[in-house]
Design a protein around this ligand. Structure first.
Ligand SMILES: [Zn+2]
Ligand SMILES: [Zn+2]
Length: 197
């Protein structure tokens, strides 16, 4: 399951790697035999070019790669997905600040990395509601920070539905996305555009 997800992510982001592994919380199961290897978590990835690069303090490699401190803290980590955590995905025993978990009910089309990548390559990283590009506001560090919103109401989707990344998805900034999802079914983008002063 995680292995398939890792492969799909590496493909969607066009990484030239021999193996990919995914873990939300730092346990990458399955021996890595081929390099370069991409390790993914829910926000991004890090590439190791050979096994020597894995010999860093805090990483243990046996039948699985264990990185308790999160790959996002390692040098070379690339942040590419600004997904909002879903409360039900938080593992037990992890403490988080109240308010740090936004309850945006994103649907699976908004979480599909391939559809997201296709949507962003068409529209770019500009919010289609407020027209803000976060890198213009915060600098280069925010260049990959954008959400992708699925416009079509889930109630109007049949079983054979396949998401069209250009007509069904739009890039939106996290603020506008939160406003869009203030009701369920969500506001249409034009309704939120009308709210803007
Ligand atoms: Zn916006
Ligand atoms: Zn949305």
């Amino acid at each position: 399951m995680n292995r398939k997800k890792a492969d799909e992510l590496s493909k969607a982001f066009r990484l030239e790697v021999a193996q990919s592994r995914y873990s939300a919380w730092g346990n990458f199961y399955g021996l890595v035999q081929f390099y370069p290897c991409a390790l993914w978590d829910r926000s991004g990835y890090i590439i190791f070019n050979d096994e020597n690069e894995l010999k860093i303090p805090g990483i243990s490699v046996s039948k699985r790669i264990n990185i308790p401190k999160r790959i996002s803290l390692l040098n070379g980590y690339k942040y590419v997905i600004s997904d909002t955590y879903l409360p039900e995905e938080l593992p037990d025993g992890i403490e988080y600040q109240e308010g740090s978990v936004q309850q945006i009910k994103v649907n699976r089309y908004e979480r599909d990395p391939k559809a997201r990548a296709d949507c962003l390559s068409h529209y770019g990283y500009v919010c289609r509601v407020c027209r803000i590009k976060l890198s213009d506001v915060y600098g280069a560090i925010a260049k990959d920070v954008i959400h992708v919103h699925h416009i079509k109401p889930i109630s109007k989707i049949g079983e054979s539905y396949r998401v069209d990344p250009v007509s069904d998805l739009i890039p939106v900034c996290p603020n506008c996305h939160a406003i869009i999802h203030l009701k369920d079914p969500p506001y249409y983008p034009h309704e939120v555009i009308a709210m803007l002063h």
